[in-house]
Ligand binder design. Structure first.
Ligand code: ADP
Ligand code: MG
Length: 239
């Protein structure tokens, strides 16, 4: 990796789905390129069905591009064997989805510790528990460590999901409509937490949303239209 190499780069990504017999091939992503550096946050904005989740899943190695290349720290990650991509996701990516996907029978603290229990995960045991407590305190949940999801608000649950995504010290945080099911005030709070923590931890943050107003909290906005990325605010974006 050279000094000028960005943390993450995607080059000329194409994603196509072959139609069933007689139906046309769908081109979802058409020559998409982007770079993200440590401590930088970008929002990817586009209408429903524009391919935002598809792009995020390619970057997070959950799906493979039809063509194009993705590099993390200079290393190709777009065509790894499944065991390698699983280890990469565990060690270098943090994922946040629209639904918090917390385990209902586990406390806030236990939910945050789950990624540290994966075989091969770096920090375990007492240090992981301390890190989890510190991070939960950083998102204002120091007095909710032993609450279960059912005893917490939607915004609080999503803050726990943010901490869970950070617990293994990821290089890249990927968030897909992370506040899509929250009210405006809780959504704003979660976005501010995401932006602040990713900057402090020197992680790259890529957030996908259809809400342009929230996207303004990120360093850069990229617009996905008809399978192509355009830098800057889109005319008539959803607010
Ligand atoms: N497995 C699949 N097979 C065929 N088409 C798909 C598949 N997954 C997603 N698509 C299509 O890709 C497009 C983009 O989907 P998605 O990335 O989920 O959009 P967004 O997240 O922006 O709402 C949609 O038109 C969807 O129907
Ligand atoms: Mg989506």
């Amino acid at each position: 990796m050279t000094a000028s190499e960005p943390l993450l780069r995607a080059d000329h990504l194409v994603k196509r789905y072959e139609g069933a017999a007689g139906s046309p091939t769908l081109t979802i992503l058409d020559d998409v390129s982007l770079t993200v550096d440590r401590g930088e946050s970008i929002a990817i904005v586009g209408p429903s069905g524009s391919g935002k989740s598809t792009l995020l899943n390619l970057i997070g190695t959950l799906d493979a591009p039809t063509s194009g290349e993705i590099r993390l720290g200079g290393q190709r990650i777009d065509s790894l064997p499944p065991a390698r991509s699983a280890a990469l996701r565990r060690d270098r990516f943090g994922f946040i989805f629209q639904m918090h996907h917390l385990l209902p029978q586990c406390t806030a603290l236990e939910n945050v510790l789950i990624p540290t229990l994966a075989p091969g995960a770096a920090g375990r045991g007492a240090t992981a528990a301390q890190r989890a407590r510190d991070l939960l305190a950083e998102v204002g949940l120091a007095d909710r460590l032993h609450h279960r999801p059912g005893q917490l608000s939607g915004g609080e649950c999503q803050r726990i999901a943010v901490v869970r995504a950070l617990i293994n010290g990821p290089d890249v945080i990927l968030a897909d409509e992370p506040t899509g099911s929250l009210d405006a005030a809780s959504a704003e709070e979660v976005w501010e937490i995401l932006a602040r923590l990713s900057r402090e931890k020197r992680a790259a943050l890529i957030v996908v949303t259809h809400a342009a107003a929230l996207a303004e909290k990120m360093d850069r906005t990229l617009n996905l239209r008809a399978g192509r990325l355009i830098e800057g605010a889109a005319p008539g974006a959803v607010r």
